[in-house]
Design a protein around this ligand. Structure first.
Ligand code: NDP
Length: 401
């Protein structure tokens, strides 16, 4: 029985709040805090009504203000902070956790606001300070990174002596009926997918122009989809933690309509993250664009279809070549019916809750800064099956690569 504090009241925050509230035996008291308290209040009321959890409170906080955040943490006294606000706040929340001696968990690595660059170096630099304080930081515990990292750890533990080739395949075959919308925070999402593609091969990172490499891949229960090589943050920690990997890539599906919108957004300068003067005021085009795009948290109601995300791995077991595929499919409609949020928020929020459960029940323990593939994958994967994200695996499968 532990107190947990959730920061962020977007689509992911909603799912984390609902899923924690379903397990009062672990999360006995929940504080949901975010910049806009009214959003927390709506989620808290919905989660209480859906689950009957009696102890969910809310608060306003600017997670970029360390003294303010540390004061709130002190007044509530949680054992763990689950950070599902934005990657810009990773470091200030880690600082507040250090100041108060509270464990930390997030779903996305740090990104400076003025540079579309995301990497683990900033957060890995906290290793010694977290160790000295005797607390843990769990990095990247959403779906990808998160479940995909745990899937890879399962492959390494049970199916391979050496993993050589890893392809993470992320398909969203859903339809929300909008001409253009992103499935999570538009600013973060557009920064991520307009970058150069990057993959790891033979000890080096190879960079390619955005969306310049495409393969038609087959996804279970979905069929063939155009899948584009993009950079994704878990590649950085996976090649470090599984050094036998000769190549690691990440593929994501995009429809032609989506890519056309994205190209136009870039061509007309709306993806810029540097300030421009408008009527005497500095505005950042991408922040303005976020304000006019559909709120990803509101996409759920008419969202049909499903996501399919998994890992396809080739390597060696007992001296013989081995292939392996592990994946989860998630229905947008089922996610919405349970939590009021669509499948992308659901597939992120459920692993964040399970990771929190692993820390609070002692299944995952240690001091310092960890990526999730460093822990025992088995108890986490058992909970995924139980708590809404059942997974499947196949050995000796045609990987299409
Ligand atoms: P949203 O934009 O919907 O929600 C973000 C929330 O953070 C909002 O409630 C926002 O408040 C709050 N927030 C922003 N700045 C601050 C601040 N300074 N202090 C306190 N609260 C703040 O995002 P999503 O819910 O879609 O995504 C949440 C996180 O999940 C993101 O970091 C995203 O990168 C990550 N993610 C990870 C995935 C994975 O698989 N690993 C997949 C998808 C998302 P306000 O309402 O006032 O704006």
């Amino acid at each position: 029985m532990s107190k947990v504090m959730i920061i962020g009241a977007g689509g992911v925050g909603r799912v984390v709040a609902f899923k924690c509230a379903q397990h009062p035996e672990v999360f006995s008291e929940i504080l949901l805090a975010s910049r806009t308290k009214s959003k927390c209040d709506v989620i808290a009321a919905d989660a209480k009504a859906a689950t009957g959890h009696q102890h969910i409170t809310t608060a306003a906080v600017d997670a970029e203000n360390v003294p303010e955040l540390a004061a709130l943490i002190r007044s509530f006294g949680p054992k763990l902070v689950i950070h599902v606000a934005l990657p810009y706040q990773d470091l200030t929340i880690m600082e507040a956790c250090l100041e108060t001696g509270v464990h930390y968990l997030d779903t996305a690595n740090y990104e400076p606001k003025d540079e579309a660059k995301f990497e683990y170096s900033w957060q890995w630099a906290y290793q010694d300070r977290f160790k000295e304080k005797g607390i843990m930081a769990v990095l990247g515990c959403g779906f990808d990174p998160g479940a995909t990292s745990v899937f890879t750890a399962r492959a390494a533990k049970h199916f391979f002596d050496e993993m050589h080739y890893l392809d993470i395949v992320d398909c969203n075959a859903g339809d929300h009926g909008k001409a253009f919308a992103t499935n999570f925070n538009p600013e973060i999402n557009i920064r991520e997918i307009t970058q150069n593609g990057r993959y790891y091969e033979n000890g080096k990172w190879v960079e390619i122009p955005p969306h310049s490499e495409m393969k038609v891949l087959n996804y279970p229960d979905i069929g063939p989809k155009d899948s584009y090589l993009i950079y994704h943050e878990e590649l950085e920690s996976l090649v470090k933690n599984f050094p036998s990997l000769k190549r690691a890539r990440f593929w994501m599906t995009f429809g032609q309509e989506y890519l056309t919108h994205l190209r136009v957004i870039q061509n007309i300068g709306m993806a810029r993250i540097d300030p421009v003067k408008y009527k005497g005021v500095d505005i950042i085009p991408l922040e303005f664009l976020k304000a006019v795009l559909p709120d990803p948290g509101e996409l759920g109601e008419n969202y049909t279809g499903q996501t399919s995300i998994g890992c396809r791995i080739r390597g060696i077991k007992n001296g013989k070549e081995q292939t392996y595929y592990i994946w989860n499919n998630c229905s947008h409609q089922a996610a919405f019916d349970e939590t009021g949020a669509q499948g992308v928020s659901y597939t992120t929020g459920v692993p964040a809750m399970i990771g929190a459960m692993m820390v609070l029940t002692g299944e995952w323990s240690g001091t310092g800064v960890f990526n999730v593939e460093e822990f025992n994958p088995d108890p986490f994967l058992d909970k995924m099956n139980e708590y809404g994200l059942p997974w499947h695996e196949e050995v000796g499968v045609d990987l299409e690569f």
